[in-house]
Design a protein around this ligand. Sequence first.
Ligand code: XUL
Ligand code: CO
Length: 435
Amino acid sequence: MSYFADIPNIPYEGPDSTNPLAFKHYRADERIGSMTMQDHLRFSLAYWHTMNGRMSDPFGVGTAIRPWDSITDPMDQAKARMEALFEILQKLGVRYFCFHDRDIAPEGDTLAQTNRNLDEIVEFTKNLMDGTPIRLLWGTACLFTHPRFVHGAATSCNADVFAYAAAQVKKAIEVTHYLGGTNYVFWGGREGYETLLNTDMGLELDNLGRFLTMAVDHAREIGFTGQFLIEPKPMEPTKHQYDSDVAACHAFLQKYRLTDYFKMNLEQNHAVLAGHTFSHELRYARVNGMLGSMDVNQGDYLLGWDTDQMPTDIHEATLAMYEVLNNGGIAPGGMNFDAHLRRGSFEPSDIFMGHIAGMDAYARGLKSAWALKESGELESFIKERYASYEGGIGKQIVDGAVGFKELEKYALEHSQITNTSGRQEMLEGIVNRYL
Ligand code: XUL
Ligand code: CO
């Protein structure tokens, strides 16, 4: 059964190709250094956007035309969507996918029925995976759509909701484990607040710490050794999200002694909403040993919401890949297209064209970042810029050999200070030479 009969397996045709259904830069087996492109890039499709997204907006209904639309039974439709996902993955040559529990199977009247629905679709998915190279990058639980989560999940004021969310995450970790997932993601959903006037912030934060600790304990108990990831986002749906950016998440994980079990899943659009660049978030995570995985999308710099566009900006992809290369790669994480098409791009073929554009932008970013890193141009400039810490008083500071008293003595003797230029524009020009 084919859902996209008019779409071929997407070939690589090279940079001069004008075929929208061909790769211009992404060639899975091309070696960049000692690794193939597909091993550097570890692309993944996001089930919620690609398979479930209707492309509605606050002013209009969904416009998406999808081959499974006419199937009315929810379980039959869920199976058709999963089959269609595998066809898309195979045609694009993408090896990973990600889902929320509720994306892939409909809720029943009770939690027990919902779990049975999920089990049926998970078994169906496992059969589709068998004999293919397709793997689950990460699983997660949807703790934000149903009205029961109106006040949050782990940070809800209602302990029954905390318990329900715990049951849901327990099951989602088990399902991720069963499907061989290499990561499990916590994005904050509604873990935040609208107004302090009704909020016990201390209790909510402690409860979130307790919740994540219980997740780690359960994973250990069932033998799930995948990487836990926390995905920062500063706002949307709540006005204030607790996991607002990498720095906030890092502080939170340290406070609740969870840094050994968690890394970060970083999303470009979330970085923009937090008032950071994607590179800033990637760098902050990297230097703290917390870079785990990426949701590669693109936010609009003029709009203040999560537009989740396909990442097509080569400059940004290059700087992101520069961080990944300096991190020694992203595995066992990956690059998940947490992105959806614009409302006007409603045809099934747009799913392919959109992902091709994103994959090509990241492939080109990888090539540029590799050349930039190999040249050592930025690193040698930075090394020179901080050379004062390699000898003399700088080395003593770094070695912890001096305190304020010794530094005061030194400063009194060396109070005529000379600085050198930061050369920002020259460095931006260097990056542009590699694009
Ligand atoms: C929401 C978002 C989520 C997470 C998974 O902005 O990015 O889809 O990636 O829950
Ligand atoms: Co995301």
